[in-house]
Write a protein that binds this ligand. Structure first.
Ligand SMILES: CC(C)(COP(=O)(O)OP(=O)(O)OC[C@H]1O[C@@H](n2cnc3c(N)ncnc32)[C@H](O)[C@@H]1OP(=O)(O)O)[C@@H](O)C(=O)NCCC(=O)NCCS
Length: 188
């Protein structure tokens, strides 16, 4: 089957938020600790990216890549021995992009006490077998809360585009003033 055929046969009927929602869990072991003995923030970021990517893949039924992690909070520390739960659900779909909200909680399995530790929003893009962006099914919203999340996600996506434009302006300014020469990077 050619890539073109596979593309035309993809099912792009709308899919609901609950159809791709996913919860993954993992026990935090000593190898996940930082020098303070808490779980390293980078470990949590990786798990967040994986959980978010899984929800995006389930929605798009396609490979996805991360294009933005522009918001991640660290509300409480996570300790070695905690059982971590990451719940990821779609908040927004564009033509080829999807925003995913990931909530993290940490449970002490000895006491069953559970605390909310992290919240992150990530953007993934569905890609075809050539690595090019490809369309994703629209998101069907099942509750008023999901509707509000979609509206807020749209605003964040507009802000991300503005930020991209600001970076572009800065890069052009630096190039024009000889302060940035990307042609030399990696050649020394
Ligand atoms: C993802 C990638 C293929 C997109 O390519 P591109 O040339 O920027 O494609 P487009 O400009 O058509 O953008 C595709 C979509 O991504 C969105 N997008 C691109 N950059 C974005 C950003 N920084 N923040 C939010 N959305 C972004 C666009 O708005 C567009 O969404 P839409 O189709 O829903 O409107 C390319 O940027 C890439 O390969 N990035 C590297 C990804 C990666 O390696 N991730 C880490 C490992 S998974």
């Amino acid at each position: 089957m050619t890539g073109q055929q596979a593309k035309s046969e993809r099912d792009l009927t709308p899919r609901c938020v609950s159809e791709s929602r996913v919860t993954v869990s993992m026990l935090m072991n000593p190898e996940h600790a930082n020098v303070l003995g808490n779980v390293h923030g980078g470990v949590i970021m990786k798990l967040v990216d994986e959980a978010g990517g899984l929800a995006a893949m389930r929605h798009a039924r396609s490979p996805v890549v991360t294009v933005a992690i522009d918001s991640m909070t660290f509300e409480k520390p996570i300790y070695v021995g905690n059982f971590v739960f990451l719940t990821a659900e779609l908040t927004y779909t564009g033509r080829t992009s999807m925003e995913v909200r990931v909530e993290v909680t940490a449970e002490n399995p000895l006491t069953s006490e559970s605390v909310f530790t992290n919240l992150a929003y990530l953007v993934f893009v569905a890609i075809d077998d050539q690595g090019r962006p490809q369309p994703v099914p629209p998101l069907c919203l099942e509750t008023p809360e999901q509707g509000l999340r979609f509206e807020q996600a749209q605003e964040r996506q507009i802000e991300r585009k503005k930020q991209q434009q600001r970076e572009q302006t800065l890069e052009e300014f630096s190039l024009a003033n000889g302060q940035l020469d990307r042609t030399k990077s990696g050649q020394d």
